[in-house]
Design a binder for this molecule. Structure first.
Ligand SMILES: [Mn+2]
Length: 309
């Protein structure tokens, strides 16, 4: 059996791509099962509910040598613990190549598009496998989520084309209205604990040989999130100590206004934000302007900054 899963702290793409790719692999003769590596965020729960699809089971470990297919990630720090001892047989991803290594021949499909679901849609079309309405809805939701309905600079013409194609199959006539409902669901944080908010969309990256935690909260209500700054800073501080990180950044991305305001935990992070981005810091919040994509606008700038030092 091949276990199919997306990254830790899963987003909508990580979970729906695992579901759809596992189904795709089964249709091509591979015994595959979808899993998730964490709890779904509010948007993902909304999407699955609307599609009438159950969450895939939670996976926390696998015996060494087990076959796995990775979607929506390839770096071990974002994957199942012990990834280097597993047999990675497939990777479908739209992120930069990290420390991926395999001990068996591997199927790799990487494309610099806005979403893993865009690549999965292409895989179905290339294999002449029809996409069922429910799966079309899942894939379309992932593209809208990852691209913030085409607002993110990661968006490509293929993502737009795929959404139009999938919307027809899924029977979604008003894509903008549906995207709005998804973003509202994601922003309905209620009394979500600050530690949970930090980890909803959170990844660890290595810069200059040291680990940094980069969280993003995409919301249509940034005032609510910034209103909980003190609690969030406490959660960031606790995570930094618990995971022995060199720094923690938490970006509050206003989906509709397309702005990024990043919470500044300490002098270390302040220096990083001012030097790598030229950001101005007011009241413990750094203004990162329109840098709304961690993948395209935050991580590369930090890599360039650490390489230049
Ligand atoms: Mn993705």
């Amino acid at each position: 059996m091949t276990a199919v899963f997306g990254h830790l702290n899963p987003d909508t793409d990580a979970i729906t791509s695992a579901l759809v790719y596992a189904s795709f692999l089964r249709r091509t003769g591979v015994d595959a099962t979808a899993y998730r590596l964490g709890e779904p965020n509010l948007e993902t729960a909304f999407v699955l509910r609307g599609a009438g699809v159950d969450l895939p089971p939670l996976l926390t470990e696998l015996p060494a040598g087990s076959s796995v297919a990775l979607v929506d990630h390839n770096e071990s720090a974002q994957s199942l613990p012990g990834l280097h001892d597993l047999a990675v047989t497939h990777v479908v991803d739209h992120h930069k190549l990290g420390d991926l290594s395999t001990n068996v021949p591997v199927y790799l499909r990487f494309e610099p598009v806005g979403c893993t679901a865009t690549i999965l849609t292409k895989l179905h079309r290339e294999a002449n496998l029809p996409i069922e309405p429910t799966e079309a809805r899942l894939l379309l939701s992932a593209v809208l989520s990852d691209t913030l309905h085409f607002r993110s600079p990661t968006t490509t013409a293929e993502d737009r084309e795929v959404v139009a194609y999938l919307a027809q199959i899924a029977g979604i006539t008003d894509v903008s209205a549906y995207a709005g409902e998804m973003f509202a669901a994601k922003s309905d944080l209620g009394d979500t604990p600050a530690a949970t908010m930090l980890k909803m969309d959170y990844k660890v990256f290595e810069f200059g040989g040291r680990p940094y935690g980069l969280g993003v909260i995409e919301t249509t209500n940034p005032a609510y999130v910034l209103g909980r700054k003190a609690e969030l800073l406490e959660a960031m501080d606790a995570e930094k100590a618990a995971s022995d990180l060199a720094g923690v950044l938490l970006s509050v991305v206003d989906i509709l206004g397309e702005t990024n305001r990043t919470l500044v935990l300490s002098a270390t992070e302040e220096r990083l934000l001012t030097e790598a981005f030229g950001a101005t810091v007011t009241d413990g919040v750094a203004d990162l302007g329109h840098r709304i994509s961690r993948k395209k606008q935050i991580v590369p700038a930090l890599e360039a900054y650490f390489e230049s030092r």
